[in-house]
Design a protein around this ligand. Sequence first.
Ligand code: SAH
Length: 254
Amino acid sequence: MATYDPSMVYFVGAGPGDPELITLKGYNILSQADVVIYAGSLINKELLNYCKPEAECHDSAYLHLDQITELMVSGIKAGKLVVRLQTGDLSLYGSIREQGEELGKHGIGFRSVAGVSSFLGAASELGVEYTVPEVSQSLVITRMAGRTPTPELESIERFAAHQTSMAIFLSVQGIESVVKQLLKGGYPQETPAAVVYKATWDDCQIIRGDLTNIAEQVNAAGINKTALILVGRFLGEEYHYSKLYDAEFSHEYR
Ligand code: SAH
């Protein structure tokens, strides 16, 4: 197994929930860590079983940025291997930039280890592709404006005008408003939609419908967090075989 540099903090993507969906590298680092600061409200705590029994594990759900920084800095100064474990992949709504900035003030660097994002976990739960030949070839990943505003050019309504595949994070608590914006922006009412709650966890729940009924079903199920709203014709019946495995098509892209 590789050895890791205790002079920097390792930000590790924990994956969407299933403890087998952390990368091998993430697993290796976690199993050598002395200090782990994990985002307790979203990550599966079973991942902490990969740590040494003597590792110090802190739930960051109860901490603010200064306290998280303090834990990371004091660990590094004591020569410990420090891991910051966050849900999914770090590159989406991960706030690693500000954490890196704070570490930088103490002369400490960081490394990121990629994880499986929840939008990928959700697609695997449904067994679907976001990109379906002649139906949709693009995926928009976004969120509705909340405490963190969204730039006007990136409103859900504007994205809806493309009628492409969409994976909407951090928004299920406002699903009625999301649906209104999707319709106003241009998706037809019969556009298929799904909400995946706790993708890849044992208690995963999947709600399927279309833009006329998804909000009602989600409210009836009482889902108001840890879910993705997926929208688009990729969830529907329409399908065309890709050229990739076509007998007439060149082999070099397979
Ligand atoms: N970096 C994470 C996203 C963090 S933002 C990633 O790559 O997935 C937190 C939001 O992610 C939640 O509000 C929810 O919309 C989504 N999310 C995280 N884990 C999820 C899961 N297992 N199933 C469905 N949605 C999830």
